[in-house]
Design a protein around this ligand. Structure first.
Ligand code: FES
Length: 439
């Protein structure tokens, strides 16, 4: 433990490759980061009725989010207190009024409290009693939600959810504000991808404005060619071509966007993918927004300049298109990503389909966009596992960004301030590792 020198591993302009590859560091970041901070569990609409549940992982812990009889949402360890068997083996479902263990049929109320044990007399006179918390499922230490998005923390102490989210909560405001009803609903189908790389590759990539015109050139350039041909032949092209052709923007165009990098590693890639055309569907939608919020507020909501919001260290939200990707790290070289999209309540079906297009055309593992990223991250992991060099470079535009009140604004869109800011947060989260070793 005392061998871990965070100042050596994370330097202002470079980091040591072991932070992506070392199993000991991975275990420590699960313990000191993911199993302490607020982790996204799911959206309230995933568990509408009492007994509805979704299983998920917080750090290395198997958890279940469930709607209680009183309509409160509980997040519990997915573990039977008898002999430890996981209570919910399925991804999701409805468990009725109780969780019932498949091994010896201990049953639990929806808030996790023990309900019944077969042949309970067998425990008479032993130290196991019904009022012993050790006979019940263990709840997450804290559960809270923000605009319908449910989070849990396994630590009883620490910042509140809104303090943790800080400026990144604009992700959820922007998603919900784009609905005339101020709410969204999860589409209960998510793509799940096992990435063969450390979770940090994904988080860095989301705000890495240098890579799209290289990595996604093979998709963006042909899409732009077809889009231009359709425009020349028919006067217009379907909007979804724009989703793909944008990836073929030039280096200069990417350099002209801005990243805003907040404390705790959160960040925003500004710029908006031109989603305010003047077709009848959009005009109908904008009229609904103005009716709901008034002209000025609707304009403010519709013109927010956001492409991605990162909630470090595990969420990427593309709020204008109602997309959310959540990382569940499995090992130093394995990361599960969940890819979700949401319906804006109270909008025409055509507006929903734009979200679905983006979900399927860009974020789906079946597309070249996602597949090309996945290939880079896998090759990145292999490279960092090699002895070909010890350092990962984040020198680009180092010292040339603007910092105000702890927020770093890139002066060039391709600045690696994004990665520098993320590792600043990572180092702060990991400080107890060093403090603990010194004690
Ligand atoms: Fe669950 Fe025995 S392990 S009832």
């Amino acid at each position: 433990m005392s061998a871990i020198n965070l100042d050596y591993l994370v330097q202002p302009d470079r980091v040591h490759r072991s932070v992506y590859t070392d199993p000991t560091l991975f275990d420590l970041e699960m313990e000191h980061v993911f199993e302490k901070i607020w982790v996204y569990c799911g959206h309230e609409s995933q568990v509408k009725k009492p007994g509805d549940y979704w299983t998920l992982q917080i750090g290395r812990q198997p958890m279940v989010m469930v709607r209680g009889e009183d309509m409160r949402i509980h997040v519990l360890y997915n573990r039977c207190p008898h002999r430890g068997v996981m209570l919910c083996g399925n991804q999701s479902g409805n468990t009725g009024k109780h969780f019932v263990c498949s091994y010896h049929a201990w049953s639990f109320k929806l808030d996790g409290r023990i309900s019944a044990i077969p042949l309970a007399k067998g425990y008479d006179g032993t130290r196991l009693t019904f009022d012993d918390p050790q006979a019940s499922m263990v709840p997450a230490a804290r559960v809270d939600s923000y605009r319908g998005f449910v989070f849990a923390s396994l630590s009883p102490t620490g910042p509140s959810l809104t303090e943790f989210l800080g400026d990144s909560k604009v992700a959820f405001d922007d998603i919900c504000d784009r609905s005339p009803e101020g709410e969204v609903e999860a589409v209960p189908v998510c793509h799940r991808v096992m990435q063969r790389s450390n979770w940090k590759f994904f988080m860095e990539n989301q705000l890495d404005a240098l890579h799209p015109s290289v990595t996604h050139q093979s998709t963006g350039v042909p899409a732009r060619r077809v889009e231009n041909r359709l425009k020349a032949e028919q006067g217009k092209a379907p909007l979804f071509f724009h989703y793909l052709s944008t990836f073929a923007s030039s280096f200069d165009q990417w350099d002209s966007v801005q990243t805003v990098n907040f404390p705790n590693g959160h960040g925003i890639l500004k710029a908006y993918m031109g989603l305010r055309p003047t077709d009848p569907d959009t005009l109908e939608y904008e009229a609904l927004m103005k009716k709901a919020y008034g002209e000025a507020k609707a304009e403010e909501y519709l013109s927010r300049s956001i492409h991605h919001v990162l909630v470090y260290p595990y969420l990427s939200v593309q709020s204008p298109l109602q997309q959310l990707r959540c990382l569940r790290p499995i090992g130093p070289d394995r990361t599960l990503s969940e890819i979700w999209h949401f319906r804006l309540k109270g909008v025409p079906e055509a507006i929903y389909r734009r979200s679905l297009w983006y979900f399927n055309l860009v974020n789906s593992p079946a597309t070249m966009i996602n597949a090309d990223d996945l290939e880079n991250w896998t090759k990145g992991q292999w490279g960092l596992q090699s002895k070909g060099g010890d350092w990962v470079s984040f020198h680009r535009e180092h010292g040339r960004d603007t910092e105000t009140d702890g927020v770093s604004y890139s002066n060039k869109g391709t600045s690696e301030v994004v990665m520098r800011n993320q590792f600043k947060a990572w180092k702060a989260y990991m400080q107890p590792v060093v403090a603990g070793a010194a004690a």
